[in-house]
Design a protein around this ligand. Structure first.
Ligand SMILES: Cc1cc2nc3c(=O)[nH]c(=O)nc-3n(C[C@H](O)[C@H](O)[C@H](O)COP(=O)(O)OP(=O)(O)OC[C@H]3O[C@@H](n4cnc5c(N)ncnc54)[C@H](O)[C@@H]3O)c2cc1C
Length: 494
């Protein structure tokens, strides 16, 4: 039986462990942290249980596919609740808009913002569906050579949907230049670490996936998926070791032979798969002489995604007027995004993502309490923000804004609090430049064929899985990544 070592128990590492075990491989997962999960980790403290990173899932079919591949049923094992509305959008002028998945209700909402917008909405959703179909042609497959990109049907669709245009500008045109609607239907690219002012219109496909395919919450939070995968790994005979940081991938005659842990222990393997950040894996775990394709200079020149500052609050009140998920757009949204993506400085006034999962799942907090999760996108550590100084400033800004939209007495009711800073992503999971959602931004030249491949070019027996390789950032993409690398390994090693 061929044996496989997987570095990292993020969602992609775990999904790959399950898939390969099912195919008869002997699998060991080595995780640096005390708990598996990576970016999808959890804090459990003081009666509160909060997801650190991802909070909701879209493209549920990709999770179902992972479970189906190992003879399990995702919908049976997890208790999933569909959100509707998916988001409440708060604008700086005190107005708001609910983004419903139910199209009739969504049409009513956009009409409230600007009369006549419903017809424009339907055209936008229809065209975004075509972008989704186009995008999936390039997402759900392994690439070997550049000619794999050639697809005349896709070329026609690209021109028809104008997917190569600028995202924000194109969305604004659909909505007759209405800035509130343009923001509401273009912000999704932020989840791939891209500003909507710079991203390709192609990424309307995420807006489509959110609104038309549904947004789901697993009871117990996203971490309940990690817990379930770990339970399955144990049942299936995967060896999962935590507190086991890998120091080097050992290489002999151009072939990966296993790994060396920081403790000095060597673990031999036929196949090594890294789920750790791909640029980190190349720079820190592989000695320079073995990686002609990815020298340090090339890795430094790549585009890195943004980071985030997170504030988690336990509050001794409930807020039935809130939605499960919301977004706040600051007054100068453009300046906010330019600070994050262009100048890499602290935004003057942050926009943020706000979750109150206790609306759907009161079990996450003691009775009569709420859990608030606030995520403010921030520049990654390629900027020079001093986070010891910046964190208290951003916290104050977020609390001031929350007092306007959630509870004017919020500060008096906070009974538990934690934060998570860009520097924490480096310390905890070795995230390159403290990037949050994923390491490599998902611009055109870092997507599909152009994204680092899931098989190392220079080193036999070394593969990658997770957000750093294709298809890219986000839990659904990571599910697909686990499928693609498994297909490749089964084909090459069985
Ligand atoms: C704040 C935030 C919000 C998000 N929201 C969403 C969302 O709502 N929906 C969504 O779909 N996605 C969301 N994402 C993105 C999603 O969480 C990630 O893209 C995805 O979880 C990445 O999974 P991965 O398999 O690539 O591994 P990662 O989660 O990156 O895990 C890599 C693992 O490797 C380990 N590791 C690193 N170095 C070593 C080493 N030397 N030795 C051993 N182990 C090592 C790390 O400790 C870690 O456990 C969010 C992310 C963040 C941070």
């Amino acid at each position: 039986m061929k044996n496989v070592v997987i570095i990292g128990a993020g969602m992609g590492g775990l999904a790959t462990a399950l898939r390969l075990r099912k195919q008869g491989f002997d699998v060991t997962v080595l995780e640096k942290q005390a708990r598996p999960g990576g970016r999808s980790n959890v804090i459990e403290d003081g009666g509160f249980r909060v997801d650190i990173g991802p909070t909701l899932l879209v493209m549920k079919d990709t999770f179902e596919d992972t479970y189906r591949a190992i003879g399990q049923d995702f919908n049976q094992r997890l208790k999933l609740v569909q959100l509707d509305p998916n988001y409440r959008i708060y604008y700086h002028d005190g107005t708001h808009l609910d983004l419903y998945g139910n199209m009739a209700k969504l049409a009513e909402e956009v009409e409230r913002i600007e009369a006549g917008s419903a017809a424009r909405l339907f055209r936008f959703i229809g065209d975004s569906a075509r972008k989704y179909a186009l995008g999936m042609d390039f997402v759900d497959r392994n690439f070997d050579r550049i000619t794999d990109l050639a697809n005349p049907k896709a070329g026609v669709r690209l021109l028809q949907t104008q997917a190569h245009q600028n995202l924000y500008r194109q969305v604004a045109r659909y909505f007759n230049g209405n800035d509130k609607l343009a923001k509401a239907f273009s912000f999704h690219s932020m989840f791939l670490g891209l500003s909507p002012f710079d991203a390709l219109a192609m990424y309307s496909l995420i807006t489509y996936a959110d609104l038309a395919l549904g947004m789901w919450y697993p009871m117990g939070g996203i971490y309940s998926i990690i817990e379930d995968m770990v339970a399955l790994a144990n049942e299936m005979g995967v060896t999962l070791r935590t507190n086991a940081p890998v120091e080097k991938i050992t290489i002999e005659n151009g072939r990966a032979t296993g790994v060396r842990l920081q403790s000095g222990e060597e673990v031999r393997a036929d196949i090594v798969i890294s789920n750790a950040d791909l640029p980190y894996t190349y720079t820190k775990l592989i000695d320079g002489q073995h990686r002609r394709a990815y020298p340090d200079e090339r890795l430094q020149q790549m585009e890195y995604a943004c980071s985030g500052y997170l504030l988690y609050l336990g509050v001794d009140r409930t807020y039935p007027h809130m939605r499960h998920q919301a977004l706040y757009f600051s007054e100068d949204y453009r300046a906010n995004l330019d600070a994050i993506f262009k100048t890499r400085t602290l935004p003057a006034e942050p926009s943020f993502h706000l979750n109150n999962p206790t609306i759907t799942d009161p079990s996450l907090a003691p009775a009569g309490h709420s859990l608030l999760y606030v995520l403010a996108p921030m520049p990654n550590l390629q900027g020079n923000v001093n986070w010891d100084e910046a964190a208290p400033v951003v916290r104050e800004q977020l609390l001031t804004q929350l007092e306007k939209i959630v509870d004017p007495e919020l500060r008096q009711h906070i009974v538990w609090e934690r934060d998570y800073r860009p520097t924490d992503w480096v310390t905890d999971i070795n995230a390159m430049h403290g990037t949050a959602f994923g390491s490599l931004a998902q611009g055109f030249f870092q997507s599909s064929y152009f994204r680092p491949h899931n098989k190392a070019r220079d080193i036999d027996g070394l593969y990658f899985v997770g957000q750093g390789t294709y298809p890219g950032i986000g839990m659904p993409m990571v599910q697909i990544s686990s499928k693609l690398v498994t297909e490749r390994i089964v084909q090459e090693w069985s």
